[in-house]
Design a protein around this ligand. Structure first.
Ligand code: ADP
Length: 471
């Protein structure tokens, strides 16, 4: 998983925010409920104390204390309800105290003495020694005859604690599940929302200067992604125009240079034929003629490349046997190799039928074999191998010549790139031979690669689509 992707980062942010919000929500719910339960218990205890006072204690001097005790037992039966009730006289003696509750949750004897000095009702929490926790409401009460009492009404705190513990458990179990579902859902939604971006990236990756007429997919969603693909498409359109302009310019310039160069060459040739020519002038004319021919070759190559690039040159699509073309071309070049005492061999293994422009494929063979001969010292070997590999037509040109330095390999197929400028120029090269090879091979839907070790030799490999299965 890519931790730097927008998908991942947004999900982490979203999950973090969600956790914080849910924790805040859980915490405030817990505290809110605790406060509410505490208040309602204390209110109901207060009501109970008030009722005891008004109903039974107000006329205690006439009804008698026994009546008070009986009435409280009868109406509130505190032991059965797990409640605590105590009525204390002003002198601190106890008029009534309820017994232990049925569940023995607390011991009434442990409850501290009533706050006799308090002038107003107070609520206190009582932590008993033998365990148990009580919430006790104490109400100072004055009977009609002026005698004063403190009425205490209490209830165990457990019930509130049980509810709060239940809520805590629900939150502790529920929140991780909710967060996990929300995060998984968020990640999935994010993935769906960003999928068009992946598609755009994949399509943009495929677009090079050679297929600038292609466009990115546009999903008419009306969102930012649609706007992005439309903007990128407009940008590709502008790039396409500029590229076409540059290609047309190169093609036009080379085309325009052809005629004056032909005229120049003709005139220089005619001049060289003149009988009464000074030796010095003859030499100058000779070298000018050489340079003009070189220039003409460069212009022809440039024209060929720019036409191939512009897609103007209609590639002929005829079926032919690549093995046969290679054998005859290599035969034609044998003299070139013999001149330098280089052993030129050709290995074929049956027919290799491809579809394409025979003349241009021949140029690929010539350029590669010519280079191999040029950059291999005398007594070296150049091997051309042709066959079928992985359902593709394959041609390899291998030599044991000078080889190519590793840092030059990535630039080898660029226009005007030469490894050793001085040496290559001396050999008549302008660094366009391999650029032409690449343009032709690409126009045929194939690819060309190179492997080389400096000082040991080089191997160029051309792969082309196969037509039919011939052995
Ligand atoms: P050039 O016409 O100058 O030879 P190319 O495009 O054919 O231009 O080749 C580019 C460069 O690649 C050459 O300058 C040469 O240094 C190097 N090169 C090409 N083929 C070989 C080879 N078989 N062995 C060594 N170097 C080579």
């Amino acid at each position: 998983m890519n931790t730097r992707s927008i998908r991942f980062r947004l999900t982490v942010w979203y999950a973090g925010l969600l956790c914080a919000l849910l924790l805040l929500f859980g915490g405030s719910t817990w505290f809110g409920l605790a406060h509410y339960l505490h208040r309602s218990l204390s209110e109901s205890l207060g009501r109970q104390a008030q009722q005891i006072g008004e109903n039974f204690l107000l006329d205690v001097q006439t009804s008698g204390e026994r009546y008070v005790v009986d009435e409280i037992n009868e109406h509130y039966s505190p032991e059965q309800n797990d409640h605590f009730v105590r009525v204390t006289r002003a002198d601190g003696s106890t008029l009534y105290v309820s017994g232990s509750p049925l569940n023995k949750g607390f011991d009434p004897a442990q409850v501290s003495a009533a706050p006799l000095s308090a002038l107003r009702a107070v609520t206190r929490e009582e932590h008993l020694q033998g365990g148990g926790e009580l919430l006790i409401y104490s109400l100072p009460f004055t009977a009609r005859d002026g005698s004063r009492f403190v009425i205490e009404s209490g209830a165990p705190y457990d019930s509130i604690e049980n509810v709060l513990r239940g809520l805590l458990l629900t939150l502790a179990l529920g929140l991780p599940v909710v967060i996990a579902i929300a995060v998984a859902g968020g990640y999935w939604i994010m993935q769906r929302a960003l999928q068009p971006l992946d598609k755009i990236a994949a399509s943009a990756e495929r677009i090079t200067s050679r297929n600038l007429s292609e466009r990115l997919p546009v999903t008419p969603s009306g969102d930012e992604v649609e706007r992005l693909s439309l903007s990128l498409n407009r940008m590709i359109g502008r790039l396409d125009e500029s590229f076409q302009y540059i290609r047309r310019f190169t093609a036009d310039a080379s085309h325009e240079l052809r005629t004056p160069l032909t005229v120049l060459r003709g005139e220089l040739e005619a001049m060289a034929q003149r009988p009464r020519l000074d030796d010095e002038v003859r030499d100058t004319v000779g070298s000018s003629l050489e340079e003009t021919e070189r220039l003409a070759r460069i212009v022809e190559s440039l024209l060929a490349i720019s036409r191939l690039d512009a897609g103007e040159a209609q590639i002929e699509r005829i079926r032919f046997d690549l093995a046969e073309l290679i054998t005859t071309t290599v035969e034609q070049m044998r003299l070139l190799a013999e001149d330098r005492n280089i052993a030129l061999s050709c290995e074929t293994n049956g027919n290799v039928t491809i579809e394409g422009d025979r003349a241009r494929i021949k140029q690929v063979i010539v350029n590669l074999v010519d280079n191999a001969i040029k950059y291999t010292p005398e007594d070296g070997t150049v091997k051309v191998i042709v066959g079928v590999e992985n359902n593709r037509a394959m041609m390899r040109v291998e030599d044991n010549g000078t080889g190519i330095p590793a840092d030059a390999l990535p630039h080898l197929f660029e226009r005007f790139y030469r490894v050793d400028k001085a040496r290559s120029r001396h050999m008549g090269g302008a660094g366009l031979g391999l650029a032409i090879v690449k343009s032709i091979v690409t126009a045929h839907g194939g690819q060309v690669t190179v492997e080389s070790t400096e000082g040991k030799g080089s191997g160029f490999r051309v792969e082309l689509p196969l037509t039919g299965h011939d052995q």
